[in-house]
Design a protein around this ligand. Structure first.
Ligand SMILES: NC(=O)c1ccc[n+]([C@@H]2O[C@H](COP(=O)([O-])OP(=O)(O)OC[C@H]3O[C@@H](n4cnc5c(N)ncnc54)[C@H](OP(=O)(O)O)[C@@H]3O)[C@@H](O)[C@H]2O)c1
Length: 268
């Protein structure tokens, strides 16, 4: 057993696993207060957890700014929420695996006069096979780690100005798929054999680790950053994977998973 593995197991807190299992069985605590006139920015609000979260906040009076990649779905969600809840809904179209798009989103948010009361980094994906962006960056690392990190970092001058805010990362207990830690020599899975669960877990683990650093950096401006596990819920996650995955998802995962409105409740 090498020393990194020994060190890992010697520090492993099994009580965390028990707490996780117990926690996952509990219904989310409910926050009864309204959210009138506060701005909530949410990435990936066209389906699943993000969609239900946008609806949840809007139902409580929040103004919504979605960052989505699909214009048609964005227009439909925006129309639906505006008509149903009578709150302002805006959206920005961006592919959050692409650096220029991520930077454009950061610039847009930075230029807003209004404070961002809640910023939810939710967009994510699960890919069975390795995929790179046109500039050669691995997509798990981009969407789960670099995208939130870059946007949060770009917003620091705004938070310095506004002196308030809450950042929420939609993480996953699947960060445990990277239980041995990150391979800093191969964050992009170029040398190792790619594995969808491990790459997903590594992206989420990198996100969690960066959260701890950002948390200290943001604290002087009264801004908090927290991560949450939304539970295993029935969404469109993995929709680009192959036929066997779709069969497995339909027949095993989805049958054991509740709908994603419980995750939205928890995020609210
Ligand atoms: N479902 C679960 O059981 C579960 C468990 C733990 C954690 N999570 C996390 O929950 C978050 C939401 O996932 P979900 O389960 O709700 O899946 P989902 O239904 O597939 O929703 C994912 C959202 O992210 C968007 N998105 C994906 N790639 C994007 C990109 N390159 N640029 C911009 N937006 C992009 C999708 O947009 P399109 O509509 O255009 O595809 C969609 O709006 C993810 O971070 C996921 O890792 C989910």
């Amino acid at each position: 057993m090498n020393s990194a593995v020994k060190k890992y197991w010697s520090k492993y807190k099994w009580s965390n696993i028990h707490a996780m299992i117990k926690n996952m069985k509990r219904p989310p605590a409910k926050y009864p207060e309204p959210f009138h006139d506060k701005w909530v920015v949410i990435t990936g609000a066209t389906s699943g957890i993000g969609y239900h979260t946008a609806r949840k906040y809007a139902s409580k009076g929040a103004h919504i700014l979605m960052i989505n990649r699909n214009p048609e779905k964005s227009a439909a969600v925006s129309k639906e929420i505006t008509e149903e809840f009578h709150v302002p809904v805006e959206y920005v179209i961006a592919d959050l695996t692409l650096l220029p798009d991520i930077q454009r989103v950061g610039q847009h948010l930075l230029s807003l006069e209004k404070p961002i009361n809640v910023l939810i980094h939710n967009a994510g994906l699960h890919l069975e096979t390795r995929k790179e962006t046109p500039s050669g960056l691995e997509v798990n690392l981009m969407i789960h780690y670099l995208c939130p990190l870059i946007i949060n970092k770009m917003l620091i001058p705004k938070y310095q100005r506004d002196r308030a805010g809450r950042i929420l990362l939609v993480s996953s207990e699947a960060y445990r798929f990277a239980a041995w830690g990150l391979d800093l020599e191969d964050l992009e899975w170029k040398r190792r054999r790619y594995n969808g669960n491990k790459a997903y877990g590594a992206g989420k683990l990198a996100q969690l680790l960066s959260m701890h650093i950002l948390s200290a950096e943001l604290a002087p401006y009264n801004v908090t950053i927290n991560a949450m596990h939304p539970g295993m819920v029935r969404t469109e996650s993995g929709k680009d994977n192959g036929k066997f995955y779709q069969w497995y998802k339909r027949n095993f995962l989805d049958k054991r998973s509740p709908p994603p409105d419980i995750s939205a409740e928890a995020l609210y």
